[in-house]
Design a protein around this ligand. Structure first.
Ligand code: URA
Length: 445
């Protein structure tokens, strides 16, 4: 099969056969197809789309390109929750101990951030000495003993996706629903969990700009999963304003500790509880979301989830004392306050602009190799719907001692106001459970 014919076929909007999709990925892997040829195909696929068969075959080809984690020794039903990414999204940190306390196993492979803020692995590195790279054996053993483990994503799972993603990143071809679905689902299948829960974000600070696109991505992911024998649950959540109040590594760890003490913030708690509830129903531990969510909220209020989080930190060699004494976490040089120049109600806080300002003070990477400042970030004092007086602090910018007037201006522009009371739009838009739970029973919620 010839790569030029494959590119030409997609350029003309025609449909590939399974053999053609497999050959494309194989030629990319072996170097028989050049980067510019894969890039040309990507652009054609982005513009003309891939149907569900082609998306499924691409997903399968990505899975086949590398290893598959074997979690059969983990000792129970294993859950993997994945978010398509958002500003202030720290749910993974809370879900590990919440789910492990509720009796299911959690296996989480996470990445570093390359966007405007860091990824989950970066956030964990704010806890001094936390070991974010476990060997396959360490990972499975810890899940067996403790019920949970988190480690950096290894390059040997779905490596063809890694290669294609790197090209998508530099050819403006990330924003394609079939390509995103194949990329996400292949990694989840290769990671080997029994229960897959996807948090699909939409809005200013997400890949999916609109609810309609998010629904489309959710449908595609569920359908591809089904065709490859994986029952996938999806939650669609809003990402117009940041999740919670904290954006930045130490700040997000502090917010998670407070959440695990039952002190909110409410939006973060609601989303963690919903994602956790969907995971527990998917695992077959609870029959209804209501029962599962009641259990999870109780863990936040009785301290058991926090105790479990401390066990996770200890097992991965992190400094547990830093969870009780936040001064042991990386600190900023100074904290700058942004006062409101208006009185009224907060109508919107543009998550993307907030993320840009966080990156400007050093909380995000400029390139894969560049460092990240774990002590800096943004702490919102107000959220959508809150009343604000003139001069009241809208947000605190945790920064180093450089000039940050530009970042403050970006933050200021992120806020819009209304003279009338504003009701925040719903955080959780749609929950679609997988068809069957890990015990093979039909899910009926
Ligand atoms: N996250 C992924 O892993 N892949 C994509 O294509 C987009 C987001």
């Amino acid at each position: 099969m010839n790569i030029i014919e494959i590119i030409d076929k997609k350029r003309r909007g025609l449909t590939h056969s399974e053999e053609e999709v497999a050959a494309l990925v194989q030629m990319m892997e072996s170097g028989k197809a050049h980067d510019y040829q894969i890039s040309a195909w990507l652009m054609a696929a982005c513009i003309n789309g891939l149907n569900m068969d082609e998306t499924t075959w691409l997903t399968q080809a990505f899975v086949n390109s590398g290893k598959k984690m074997d979690l059969s020794e983990a000792g129970g039903v294993v859950v993997d929750k994945h978010s398509t990414g958002g500003v202030g999204d720290k749910t993974t940190l809370a879900l590990l101990p919440m789910l492990a306390t509720a009796g299911v196993k959690v296996a989480k492979l996470s990445g570093r951030g390359l966007g405007f803020t860091g990824g989950t692995i970066d956030k964990l590195e704010a806890i001094p000495n936390f070991k974010t790279s476990l060997s396959g054996i360490e990972f499975v053993e810890q899940i067996q003993k403790l019920g949970m483990a988190i480690s950096s994503q290894t390059a040997d799972l779905a490596p063809a996706d890694g290669k294609m993603y790197a090209l998508r990143d530099v050819t403006a071809t990330v924003a394609s629903i079939p390509l995103i679905a194949a990329s996400v689902i292949s990694k989840k299948i290769a990671a080997g969990a029994d229960v897959i829960v996807l948090d699909i974000k939409y809005g200013a600070g997400a890949f999916m700009g609109t609810l309609e696109e998010a629904k489309n991505l959710a449908f595609t992911c569920r359908e591809v999963g089904k065709r490859l024998g994986k029952s996938i649950s999806t939650v669609i959540s809003a990402m117009n304003q940041p999740l919670g109040y904290a954006i930045g590594h130490s700040l997000e760890v502090m917010e998670i500790v407070n959440l695990l003490k039952g002190k909110g913030p409410q939006d973060l708690e609601d989303l963690c509880v919903r994602l956790g509830g969907v995971s527990l129903v998917g695992a077959g531990t609870y029959a209804t979301l209501e029962e599962a969510e009641t259990r999870l909220r109780q863990e936040l209020y009785d301290g058991s989830a926090l105790a479990k989080f401390k066990e996770l930190v200890k097992a991965q060699k992190g400094d547990v004392a830093a969870l009780d004494d936040f001064s042991l976490l990386p600190q900023p040089d100074r904290v700058l306050m942004l006062p409101s120049t208006e009185a009224g109600y907060i109508a919107n806080i543009d998550a993307l602009e907030v993320a840009k300002s966080a990156k400007m003070v050093g909380a995000g990477r400029l390139s894969k190799e560049s460092g990240i400042n774990l002590g800096v970030g943004v702490l919102l004092r107000k959220k959508v719907g809150d009343k604000v007086k003139m001069g009241e602090t809208l947000v605190e910018l945790y920064a180093d001692d450089h000039d940050h007037r530009e970042a403050l201006q970006v933050l200021k522009n992120a806020f819009t106001f209304s003279p009338e009371p504003v009701t925040a739009p719903p955080l959780i838009e749609e929950v679609l459970m997988g068809d069957v739970c890990a015990k093979g029973l039909k899910i009926s919620v």
